[in-house]
Design a protein around this ligand. Sequence first.
Ligand code: SAM
Length: 302
Amino acid sequence: MIPRIASPSRTKEIIEANGFYFKKNFGQNFLIDSNILERIADCAGITENDCVLEIGPGIGSLTQVLAEHARKVIAVEIDDKLIPILAQTLKDYDNIKIVNQDVLKTDIAQLIAEENDGKPIKVVANLPYYITTPILMELLEKPNGIASLTVMVQREVAERMQAEAGSKDYGALSLCIQYHAAAKLDMIVPPSCFMPRPKVDSAVITLTILPEKSVSAQNEAFLFHIIRCAFSQRRKTLLNTLRNQGELSLSKEEILSCMAQAGLEENIRGERLSLADFAALSDALWICEKKKTNGTEAESRV
Ligand code: SAM
């Protein structure tokens, strides 16, 4: 068996031999526990038929394990200092493609089309924590051929991802996850499994993309516009938040009428609404807004 990259001593050796310095602004906390890496591949259900997209391979600790389970691994890494290191640490594998790019500027659908003939892939990653939410939103919101995501995130982000209506963690991220995927918390991972150690616990969570969105909405972009708006001022009532954000052209009475159509009380707060409530409200508001502005202004706001 090829020696593990992920042991503490081997990681230290690779870092020192290459004069590499961890960059906080790239969220570089490398995994140094081989058992956790095997469990991540297991939770993702990786088989020899799978093509895997990894975000942020670092020095290749997780990439190595993924390459041993999968048919192919595509790994997107922003830090060009890591590219020659990866070429060396992963030299024994012929099923890995490293892409030196910012994942947020990468056309994932095109990458999947080129590298896996457009067939669905699984995402597996120890995500850089400073951009966890933008990465997840980007991967979930754009149609791109992803079947599932098994990702390491901060524990409190995993809690927000799974939060239910009414809880303090509930917000736009929870609703985005519910809309697109079924979420399962796989494990909690302590700081001691990383080099350098983060200050907080981490968690691995698997999101399996739903074949159909969990609710239907007339305009998906407008639905998420309303959701973001509803959580922008958590202490205010939904009615006041919708009135204050100034982007709807509807009067107080019209908003109240839409809320009533969606079965919502006048003084409810956004955090009490389920995803189905938001879908019903956004449909009522969308119809009303389009009637009032002939559709053009409503379209331009989302
Ligand atoms: N996978 C490795 C491991 O588990 O040891 C490293 C994980 S580390 C938490 C996050 C990795 O993501 C780093 O290698 C970092 O350079 C990379 N990264 C940060 N921002 C990125 C971005 N926008 N696009 C691609 N990679 C990024």
